[in-house]
Design a protein around this ligand. Structure first.
Ligand code: PEP
Ligand code: MG
Length: 622
C-alpha cells in the first residue's frame, strides 16, 4: 500500500494503463544560414497548428467541463503568444543555427528548469503548462502522432509520472476508472480537471513509476485516503469492492436528503451552504441541496488570465450565480489574493512573510480602483438575488469603515447612473484573524454578519503555516485556543444579534458539528460534497446533547482531550444513525481500510469524514 495525496475522491479498482512519458526524442540538429527563413516558417506553421488544435480541444471541452477548466487552454494559447517564450526560441535558431524543434526543446528545458527551481507550487504547475505546450509544438514539428489511450479495452486506471491537462482532455470518462500520478498536487490543473470529471485521483507518490505498476497490473486506488494498492490481494479486493459498493449506495441514498430541511431532532435549524469558486461549481452545490452559497471565493475569476476582469465580466458571473440560486443567499467574498494566491499579471513582489503581507482587503484598500470595480459588479448583481458582500482578512474597525466608504461611493455612482442594485445589501466580514476575534464585539457593531474562516484562524492563532507539512502536527483545529476563539466570536455576534456562520474546512468536519449546534451558529458553509453527509448526521444529532458536550469541551486542556470527546460523540451519533437505518458508510468503510489513522490536523480527514482539507488556492476543491 502506497500513501500519496488524495486529490479527487472515490475508489477505483481495475487494470493499470501506464502512460509513456510524453516526451519526444529530439535530435540536436543544426541548419545552414541559408535555411534560416525556412526554419522560421516551420516554427510559425507548428505554432499555427498547435493553436488550431488547442482551439479545437476547447470546443470539444465545452460539452464536458466548465469555463474554469477550459481556461487552462487559454493559458496554453497565451504561452504560444508570449513574446518571451517566442523570443527565446527564435534567438536559439538565429544565434545557434539550430533546427526549430531543437530550439523549442532547448527553450522548454530552460523555462521548466527555471520554474522548477522556484519554491512555489503554483509556479511549478506553470512549468507543467510550458512543458505541455512545448510538447504539443514538438509533436507538430516532428510530425508525431498523439499519444493515445486505449479506447476499446476494458476501462483502466491511468498511471503516469505526470499528466497534463491536454492529456486529460482526451480521456473518455467511460474508459477511465481513476488516475494515479507520481508528481502533482491538489492545486494542479490535472487535479482540477479530475475533480470536474468525477474521477478518483491519487498523486504525490514517493516511488519510481516503474515500481508502481506495469500496464495490465491490477490496482486499487482510494482518492479519499490517498492510497494506491498495487497488485492487491483477494482480501483487499473484497474489502474495497464492498467499500465501493457502500459508497455508491450511500451517495444515492444521500441524494434523497437534498430537499429535506436541515434541522436536528430537537428543532435546531442550521443552514447548510456551499463554498464555491466558479459558476460551474454551483451545479453540484444545488444538486446537494445547498441552502445557499456561504462563500464565493471570487479570486478564482481573476486567475489564469492576463488582466483584471472588468466590471461587466464580473457582473455577468455574479448575476448568473445569484439568479441560479433563486432567492437563496449568496455571500460574495471580495478579492482575497496574496499569500499563496497569485495573479500572473499583478506583481506583488518578493515578501518575507506573504501570509502576513500585501494581500486580500489590504490590496483592495490600497487599490480602490480594483476594489470599486468589483463592488460595483457585486452591487449590480444584488438586483437579481439575495446577494451579500463579505470582506476577507479584516483586522480592525478602520478597515471595515474604509471598505464601507468605497462601497458607499460605488452605490452613489450606480445611483447617479441609474443602474439598479439593492441599497440595503448586507455587508459582513470574515473572522479569520485573532485580532478580529478579540474585538469581535466592536466589529459586530459595524457589520451585518460574521463568517468564521477557520482555515486562516487556526493558522494565525497557533502561528502555524497552513501549507507547511513539516509542522502539520501543530495545525490543530481543536486546540483549546481555537475553541475559545470560536466561542468568543459567536458570543459577540449573539450579543449584538447579528448572523454568524462558519466557512472554513472545519465546517464540513463531522466531528465539529456538535460545536456549531451547541454554539447555535446560524449557518455552516462547506465543500458541496460534504453537505449531504453533514445533513444526514444533523438529522440524528440533538442540540441538547451538543450543549452538554460543549460544557465538557471547554474544560479540555489539549486537542487530544477534545478529540477524545468529539470522537466518542461522533460514534454515539453513528450508532443512532445505524439503529435508524442510516449508517454512514465512510465509518464502516474506514474500519476496512488497514492502517488508517485519523488525522487530527486536517478537519474532515478522520474516519467518517469527507475528503481532506482544500489547500488554499485550489479552484473547485473546497
Ligand atoms: C478561511 O480562511 O477559513 C477561508 C474560508 O478562506 P480561504 O480558505 O479562502 O483563505
Ligand atoms: Mg482565509
Amino acid at each position: 500500500m502506497i500513501k500519496g495525496i488524495g486529490a479527487s475522491s472515490g475508489i477505483a479498482i481495475g487494470k493499470a494503463f501506464v502512460l509513456p512519458d510524453w516526451e519526444w526524442d529530439v535530435p540536436d540538429k543544426k541548419i545552414d544560414v541559408a535555411d534560416l527563413a525556412r526554419e522560421f516558417e516551420r516554427l510559425y506553421e507548428g505554432i499555427r497548428s498547435s493553436k488550431r488544435e488547442i482551439e479545437q480541444i476547447k470546443g470539444e471541452l465545452a460539452e464536458v467541463v466548465g469555463s474554469e477548466e477550459r481556461s487552462i487552454f487559454d493559458a496554453h494559447l497565451a504561452i504560444l503568444n508570449d513574446p518571451i517564450f517566442m523570443n527565446e526560441i527564435q534567438g536559439i535558431i538565429r544565434r545557434q543555427y539550430k533546427a526549430a524543434e531543437a530550439a523549442v526543446k532547448e527553450a522548454i528545458d530552460h523555462f521548466v528548469a527555471m520554474f522548477d527551481l522556484l519554491d512555489d507550487e503554483y509556479m511549478k504547475e506553470r512549468a507543467l503548462d510550458i512543458k505541455d505546450v512545448g510538447n504539443r509544438l514538438l509533436k507538430h514539428l516532428l510530425g508525431m502522432p498523439e499519444v493515445s489511450l486505449p479506447t476499446d479495452a476494458q476501462p483502466f486506471i491511468l498511471v503516469a509520472r505526470e499528466v497534463s491537462p491536454s492529456q486529460l482532455v482526451h480521456l473518455n470518462p467511460q474508459h477511465v476508472l481513476g488516475i494515479v500520478t507520481i508528481t502533482g498536487s491538489m492545486t494542479s490543473h490535472a487535479a482540477i480537471m479530475a475533480r470536474a470529471l468525477g474521477l478518483p485521483l491519487v498523486t504525490g507518490l514517493d516511488v519510481p513509476l516503474e515500481s508502481l505498476a506495469e500496464t495490465g497490473d491490477l490496482l486499487i486506488i482510494d482518492g479519499d485516503e490517498g492510497l494506491v494498492i498495487p497488485r492487491p490481494t483477494e482480501e483487499q479486493i473484497r474489502i474495497y469492492t464492498e467499500l465501493q459498493r457502500r459508497q455508491t449506495e450511500h451517495r444515492s441514498r444521500l441524494r434523497r436528503l437534498a430537499d429535506v430541511r436541515s434541522v436536528t431532532p430537537d428543532g435546531k435549524e442550521i443552514a447548510l451552504e456551499a463554498n464555491i469558486s466558479s459558476l460551474k461549481e454551483l451545479e453540484v452545490a444545488l444538486q446537494s441541496g445547498a441552502a445557499g452559497v456561504g462563500l464565493f471565493r471570487t479570486e478564482f475569476l481573476y486567475m489564469d488570465r492576463h488582466q483584471f476582469p472588468g466590471e461587466e465580466e464580473q457582473f455577468d458571473v455574479y448575476k448568473a450565480v445569484a439568479e441560479k440560486l433563486g432567492g437563496r443567499p449568496l455571500i460574495i467574498r471580495t478579492l482575497d489574493i496574496g499569500g499563496d494566491k497569485h495573479l500572473d499579471y499583478f506583481e506583488i513582489g518578493e515578501e518575507a512573510n506573504p501570509f502576513l503581507g500585501y494581500r486580500a482587503i489590504r490590496i483592495c484598500l490600497d487599490r480602490p480602483d480594483l476594489f470599486k470595480t468589483q463592488l460595483r459588479a457585486i452591487l449590480r448583481a444584488s438586483a437579481f438575488g439575495k446577494v451579500k458582500i463579505m470582506y476577507p482578512l479584516i483586522s480592525s474597525v478602520e478597515e471595515v469603515r474604509a471598505a464601507n466608504r468605497i462601497l458607499a461611493e460605488a452605490k452613489r455612482e450606480l445611483e447617479a447612473e441609474g443602474l439598479p442594485f439593492d441599497p440595503n445589501v448586507p455587508c459582513g466580514i470574515m473572522i479569520e484573524l485573532p485580532s478580529a476575534v478579540t474585538i469581535a464585539d466592536l466589529l459586530a457593531e459595524e457589520v451585518d454578519f460574521f463568517s468564521i474562516g477557520t482555515n486562516d484562524l487556526i493558522q494565525f492563532v497557533l502561528a502555524v503555516d497552513r501549507m507547511n507539512e513539516r509542522i502539520s502536527n501543530l495545525y490543530q483545529p481543536y486546540h483549546p485556543a481555537v475553541l475559545r476563539m470560536l466561542r468568543m466570536t459567536v458570543d459577540a455576534a449573539k450579543r449584538r444579534g447579528i448572523h454568524v456562520g462558519v466557512c472554513g474546512e472545519m465546517a464540513g468536519d463531522p466531528r465539529a458539528l456538535p460545536i456549531w449546534l451547541g454554539l447555535d451558529v446560524d449557518s455552516i458553509s462547506m465543500s458541496s460534497h460534504s453537505i449531504l453527509p453533514i445533513k444526514e448526521r444533523l438529522l440524528h444529532t440533538h442540540r441538547s446533547d451538543s450543549i452538554d458536550l460543549l460544557n465538557r469541551l471547554w474544560e479540555c486542556r489539549t486537542q487530544e482531550e477534545a478529540l477524545r470527546l468529539l470522537d466518542a460523540f461522533r460514534l454515539t451519533v453513528e450508532a443512532r444513525m445505524k439503529a435508524d437505518g442510516a449508517a454512514a458508510p465512510e465509518s464502516a468503510g474506514n474500519d476496512a481500510r488497514a492502517g488508517n489513522e485519523p488525522d487530527a490536523r486536517v478537519p474532515g480527514a478522520g474516519p467518517g469524514a469527507p475528503n481532506a482539507a482544500r489547500p488554499a488556492g485550489t479552484a473547485g476543491a473546497s
